[in-house]
Design a protein around this ligand. Structure first.
Ligand code: NAI
Length: 247
């Protein structure tokens, strides 16, 4: 049974890495996608790829740190496809750093994107989901939301936050309103993230970890498994990591 056929799905951070792989896979399962990220060119390229492979996708440049922009993204999905069934909160930053380096700017960017950005997504989609008494919010978390590795302190804290709010949503929105919430917890995935780390100690730790990385398609498969369940079934959390990663 394919429960994804015709489902209207908003994906944040869709222009690269895990978000892009997930978008391709969901499109192959017949979902109607609204792709959100900050880079118009990349979004356009992915939209064209999906459409030329027979999939259905529209794109909107959106900054997840801006609550009003996220509300407009939800409105765009409803206007374009006539509804909104699923939000994949995925846009996130993994800025590793050592505490001694006091990478305060990086801490702030991760709090704005990984915490505030996810809350902005939830705020934007919940009114319509509550009205229809159904919906699904899938939050991309991390193994770093289960345990803490070197140079990953603040990043891990943002992912512990994601686990906490998802657990709370499951107990409240799932139980009382039929709105499902899940986390996917990837281990290290090769998306180029280690090259975006500026802090020297953090970059070293990131590069070492990334040498074990597996592909974003492995995470996309996990997302499809979680989302492709009947309405009375929720996959609470799926951890998917490289065989040789020890955290
Ligand atoms: P990526 O850097 O390849 O993609 C992140 C996407 O988010 C990009 O499309 C970027 O443009 C977008 N983005 C960043 N800030 C944004 C903002 N303010 N507004 C809108 N879009 C924004 O990253 P990757 O590796 O694919 O990560 C995706 C998610 O998976 C993140 O939440 C990350 O924490 C999580 N994750 C990644 C792992 C990895 O090893 N790559 C491991 C575990 C979790």
């Amino acid at each position: 049974m394919n429960y994804l056929d015709g489902k209207i799905i908003v994906i944040t951070g869709a222009s690269s890495g895990i978000g892009a792989a997930t978008a391709r896979s969901l499109a192959e399962h017949g979902a109607k996608l609204v792709l959100a990220a900050r880079n118009q060119d990349r979004l356009d390229r992915l939209t064209e790829q999906i459409q030329s492979a027979g999939g259905i996708a529209a794109a909107r440049v959106t900054d997840v740190t801006d609550a009003a922009d996220m509300e407009q993204l939800a409105a765009y999905a409803i206007k374009t496809f006539g509804g909104l069934d699923i939000l994949v909160n995925n846009a996130g930053l993994m800025l590793f750093s050592a505490w001694k380096d006091l990478a305060v700017d990086d801490w702030g960017r991760m709090i704005d994107t990984n915490i505030r950005g996810y809350l902005n997504g939830i705020q934007a989609v919940l009114p319509s989901m509550l009205e229809q008494n159904s919906g699904y919010i899938l939050n991309m978390a991390s193994v770093a939301g289960h345990q803490i590795g070197e140079s990953a302190g603040v990043y891990s804290a943002t992912k512990f936050f994601v686990h906490a709010i998802t657990e709370s949503m499951r107990k409240e929105l799932g139980v009382h309103h039929g709105i499902r919430a899940s986390t996917i917890s990837p281990g290290v995935i090769n998306t180029g993230w280690a090259d975006k780390v500026d802090d020297p100690a953090g970059r070293q730790a990131a590069k070492e970890l990334n040498s074990l990385a597996i592909t974003p398609e492995a995470v996309a498969d996990a997302v499809v498994y979680a989302l492709n369940q009947p309405a009375n079934t929720t996959v609470n959390d799926l951890i998917i990591s490289p065989t040789r990663q020890n955290w």
